[in-house]
Design a protein around this ligand. Structure first.
Ligand code: ATP
Ligand code: MG
Length: 380
């Protein structure tokens, strides 16, 4: 079952088809065999080949954006006798004393009303399994949904991760560091249906390979949500050296970041991506004051999405734990941004002054050379 997609008007079919495609991929990736995945009215129907795959299927569906909840249902023909025996078949294995039946009737041409179905199925269960009805505080609820063709019966709703199906919102470039914030930012944009290509900047100092491996480890976790992961590793040491040599120390961090954004913007244009994503949170550190955000973003033409802008560190950490990137993010790594970072970086970098400083660099050449030495990897 999906939530928001239902609101999408003319685009609804497109959203639903994307969701079907993503469900198939996730089931396949988790080794779950199925007969079909198809759209039916207001929901997606999956028929598993083997009931024993239910647990694996549950794991797979929990990672698919766009699902608000999902259920493992028994399927019955649309006649009341069949529905009754299916109800008993399902409840036979459950441990309960009291129960109630809740029917939703999508197919209004079905001969009985929801209330009549509740009563008749309830009676059959009372007699067949010797249990009692409790409408207010039952041990178990048997849900029955009458759709166009079939009736579906189940007892438990599993919460999905919500959001929009991955891919419906186009593509963006995420600047990923080895830190806590940027993986969470990427996750949140996945959740809004955005496909992501990653960019990481590193400086070629001792031990850097290990830091790249850490970034790969984080991406392997994000691979749970997006099957294919592509990453650009961009060498940044030369850029930093030039900035350190030619410009005032207090502007270093802002200038590093402008060049990072410019390189990412170039990659975005090549990849036909429509936005950049960062893990910035307003005011968290010196480079993330509104003045500095302004001074950095001015360099690029694409919109910069900052899904963590209004979150505090504790909220971000909790989310990083939830998506299982936290434990990797807190391992030590070389942070190229803090390399040669001055003791007192400007917290309110004046844009005019920043641009004057930037003029001392051959910025086009720096970008071209960084791009020339990029390594592209596809994680498997
Ligand atoms: P994070 O926890 O994501 O590292 P942070 O709190 O350390 O963030 P900064 O170091 O100021 O903050 O980085 C802000 C954002 O800039 C990051 O969230 C990320 O999107 C981007 N960024 C920083 N360093 C790199 C890098 N080496 N490569 C790619 N992007 C980076
Ligand atoms: Mg960082």
């Amino acid at each position: 079952h999906y939530g928001e997609i239902a609101l999408k008007g003319d685009n609804r079919k497109f959203f639903e088809e994307k969701l079907v495609e993503n469900i198939k991929k996730s089931l396949q990736a988790n080794g779950v065999l199925f007969n079909y995945v198809q759209r039916i009215s207001g929901r997606i129907l999956v028929e598993l080949k083997n009931q024993s795959d239910a647990e694996k299927a549950e794991g797979a569906l929990r990672k698919v954006f766009g699902i608000t909840y999902f259920v493992f249902a028994g399927q019955s023909q649309q006649n009341i006798e069949n529905i009754k025996s299916k109800a008993i078949e399902i409840l036979k294995y459950e441990n309960f004393e009291s129960f109630k039946v809740e029917t939703k009737r999508g197919n209004k041409s079905f001969a009985l009303t929801s209330q009549q179905i509740n009563e008749q199925v309830g009676e059959a269960v009372m007699e067949g399994l010797v249990k009692k009805v409790d409408l207010h505080n039952p041990d178990i609820i048997l849900y029955i949904e009458i759709t166009e063709k079939y009736a579906f019966l189940y007892t438990k709703k599993n919460t999905g991760i919500g959001g929009l199906p991955l891919g419906v919102s186009g593509k963006a470039i995420s600047l990923i560091s080895g830190g806590i914030d940027s993986p969470v930012a990427s996750y949140l944009m996945f959740k809004r249906g955005v496909k992501i290509i990653f960019v990481h900047f590193y400086s070629n100092q001792q031990g850097y390979e290990q830091s790249l491996e850490k970034v790969r480890d984080i991406l392997r976790v994000l691979k749970n949500y997006q099957e294919k992961i592509k990453i650009y590793f961009v060498p940044f040491g030369e850029v930093q050296k030039k900035i350190v040599l030619k410009t005032k120390a207090e502007f270093r961090v802002v200038l590093y970041r402008r060049v990072m954004f410019l390189v990412a913007n170039e990659i975005a244009l090549q990849e036909k991506a429509k936005a950049l994503i960062t893990g910035e949170s307003v005011g968290q550190v010196a480079s993330q004051t509104l003045d500095n955000i302004l001074a950095v973003e001015e360099a690029v033409s694409l919109p910069v999405l900052r899904p963590l802008a209004g979150m505090d560190k504790i909220e971000i950490i909790n989310m990083a734990k939830k998506i299982s990137t936290y434990e990797i993010s807190i391992l030590p790594h070389l942070d190229c941004c803090s390399m040669f970072a001055p003791k007192h970086p400007a917290t309110k970098a004046d844009l005019k002054e920043v641009k004057n400083q930037e003029k001392k660099l051959k910025i086009k050449k720096l970008i071209t050379s960084a791009l020339k030495n990029v390594t592209i990897e596809n994680l498997t």
